[in-house]
Structure formats: structure tokens, C-alpha cells
Design a protein around this ligand. Structure first.
Ligand code: SF4
Length: 143
């Protein structure tokens, strides 16, 4: 019997960028474990689908209720806007299949714009800054 083809990893727009700076911090142990697994699969070269909504990361998130992100009152609309911006910067559209290495190659060129649009106000900035390349990609970092 033929084995079923492997499903791609689903990642929404902002996760396609933010996960490059994941260093092991997250909402709870299950969420973190799931993230490490996703990153390992991505780094091993599995297909990634640019996904427009709750993805394989959100699937283990305590803030996902149904298909809506309840991180805070404005989260759902703000995150969808971030996802759109990420797709634009990465030149992707919903449903595209990509490899992690391909996205990784684009991050140095797009990260400065992303940082100034989102990371400055993000509650997770301190966690991401522990990744050495985070600071390396930024121009004009405020003191
Ligand atoms: S906070 Fe919202 S966007 Fe982030 S992982 Fe959780 S459900 Fe997904």
C-alpha cells in the first residue's frame, strides 16, 4: 500500500519571519515543544505552505479559540495585517509552497523593515534579541 504524501507545514505570514529568531521561549511547555518540532521539520527541508490563518504553531497555542486569536482584544485583526505584510515582504501569496532555506535567504533583506514595523512594539522582542542575527540584520537600532 502506498503511503500518503506528507502534508506541508502550515505557517502563517508572521510566523514565516518570527520563527527564525525562536530561542526556546513561549507560552507553555507544549507550545514550545511544538515549535521546536516545526522548526526541525522546516530545517530538514519539508515543504512549507504559506497559510492565511491559524497554522501549525497556533494549533498548540492557549490563545487560539476556534479559529480566532485571542492574545488580546485587537489580536485577530492586527495579526492578520502582520501576516499580509509578511507575505508582501517575502513575496509570497497564500497557498504557495516554499522551503525554509528559501525564506531564510530573504530574511536579511526584509528584516529591517519588519523590525521597524512590528518588533519595536512586540512583547517578545527581548526573547528574539537573544538570537545573534536579530541585531545583525537591523539598521538604526534605537538605544
Ligand atoms: S498568539 Fe495568536 S497568532 Fe500567536 S500563536 Fe497564538 S493563536 Fe497564533
Amino acid at each position: 500500500m502506498k503511503s500518503l504524501p506528507k502534508l506541508p507545514i502550515k505557517l502563517r505570514g508572521h510566523h514565516l519571519i518570527c520563527l527564525h529568531f525562536f530561542k526556546g521561549e513561549g507560552y507553555n511547555p507544549e507550545f514550545i515543544k511544538n515549535l521546536w518540532k516545526i522548526i526541525k521539520r522546516a530545517e530538514d527541508g519539508e515543504d512549507i505552505e504559506a497559510y492565511p490563518g491559524p497554522d501549525d504553531v497556533c494549533a498548540m497555542c492557549p490563545y487560539l479559540k476556534g479559529k480566532i486569536c485571542f492574545y488580546d482584544n485587537e489580536a485577530e485583526s492586527e495579526i492578520k495585517e502582520m501576516d499580509r505584510k509578511a507575505f508582501t515582504l517575502l513575496e509570497l501569496k497564500s497557498g504557495d509552497r516554499v522551503k525554509w532555506s528559501n525564506i531564510n535567504g530573504k530574511i536579511p533583506d526584509i528584516f529591517n523593515a519588519w523590525f521597524h514595523a512590528y518588533c519595536l512594539q512586540c512583547a517578545w522582542r527581548q526573547a528574539c534579541q537573544k538570537e545573534e542575527k536579530f541585531l545583525r540584520f537591523i539598521k538604526g537600532l534605537p538605544k
